[in-house]
Ligand binder design. Structure first.
Ligand code: SF4
Length: 325
């Protein structure tokens, strides 16, 4: 059984006079011990998907339908009391701006101990301190960080503190939402290595939301490509990124510097995202796709198997694109 099973998930943001279809009938699953990178350009629905899984969207401004099963339990209809036990414990998250997650006027150790005590009311002061020091060590931070304030840490140290916070309650799944984006490449590389080490040591499963394909290529076992809220392609990262079956994935790869060192001119994808307040009957990528035909504009293509465990959402001309890939 998959640890996370997303079925037919849709998210509409409710605006005055209309709806923005941010995520459109997405289905994905994440097996225990694997790491799934979610990629796509800004506005593709990646972060909305993560927020919907964490049930962090305000029901007054977003309508969420479909199903999100985590470890066998439905999250979308889970009672609040149970959700509080699951979220931030079995299911944790690390966001981009770690500074925002920390109080600037309290020491790191104190605020982490407070978070731990909230979920473990039986733990005394010594037990809270011991657990905080343990997770700080796990992310390679010195014991002295316990006594420091957030402004005394570098960006990389802050992000390590955020990762330590997410590990406090022994989660099974951690969602990283652009968690390494603001870091310089050296620190980003170090933190990605730490994350992979922790995964092995602690048996974590990871969802990595990022616009940076190199993050997925170097640290994820699987990749899902979103465009305009729809799932375009999903499968093993090495296969999908080397031989993309979907024209949008191929376009993303052509716009990204080669990961193997070979020099080639970068090519952008012409055009821009469609208006997500409109219902698009056919393939949502058709206005930008070099292979588009009339058929693409009239019927929304379904996910098709490229190989076992690898699906490309859709292309009416899948075989042709693969042959040229
Ligand atoms: Fe391009 Fe048509 Fe495939 Fe859409 S369905 S990606 S428009 S070829």
């Amino acid at each position: 059984m998959a640890l996370l099973e997303i079925r037919d998930l849709s998210v509409d943001y409710l605006m005055e006079g209309g709806r923005v279809h941010a995520v459109d009938h997405v289905s994905l699953s994440l097996e225990e011990g694997t790491s799934l990178g979610i990629v796509g350009e800004s506005g593709s629905g990646k972060s909305t998907l993560g927020m919907a899984v964490l049930r962090l969207l305000d029901p007054g401004s977003a309508s969420v339908t479909g199903s999100v099963r985590f470890d066998g339990e439905e999250l979308l209809t889970m009672p609040e009391a149970r959700l509080r036990q699951v979220r931030w414990q079995a299911l944790a998250a690390v966001f981009q701006k770690s500074m925002n997650a920390l109080s600037p006027v309290h020491r790191i150790g104190q605020q982490m101990a407070d978070v731990y005590r909230l979920h473990h009311p039986e733990a005394d002061k010594a037990a809270c301190r011991a657990r905080v020091l343990e997770v700080l060590r796990q992310v390679d931070l010195a014991e002295r960080v316990y006594r420091l304030y957030p402004h005394e840490l570098s960006g990389g140290m802050m992000q390590r503190v955020s990762i330590a916070l997410s590990l406090l309650n022994h989660p099974k799944l951690v969602i990283f939402d652009e968690a390494t984006t603001a870091l310089d490449v050296i620190t980003q590389g170090q933190i990605l290595k730490e994350i992979q080490r922790l995964e092995k040591e602690l048996g974590l499963t990871r969802m990595m939301i990022t616009h940076d394909i190199s993050v997925v290529a170097t640290s994820c076992t699987h990749v899902a490509v979103l465009y305009a809220g729809r799932l375009m392609e999903v499968g093993p990262a090495a296969s999908v990124l080397r031989h993309p079956a979907h024209p949008y994935t191929a376009g993303l790869m052509a716009a990204f510097p080669s990961l193997t060192g070979e020099k080639k001119p970068l090519q952008g994808i012409p055009g821009s995202l469609p208006d997500l307040t409109q219902t698009i009957p056919g393939c949502v990528f058709a206005p930008r796709c070099p292979y588009a035909t009339e058929a693409c504009r009239s019927a929304q293509p379904a996910l098709e198997q490229v190989e076992p465990g690898w699906q490309a959402a859709c292309c009416h001309r899948l075989g042709e694109v693969k042959d040229h890939g």
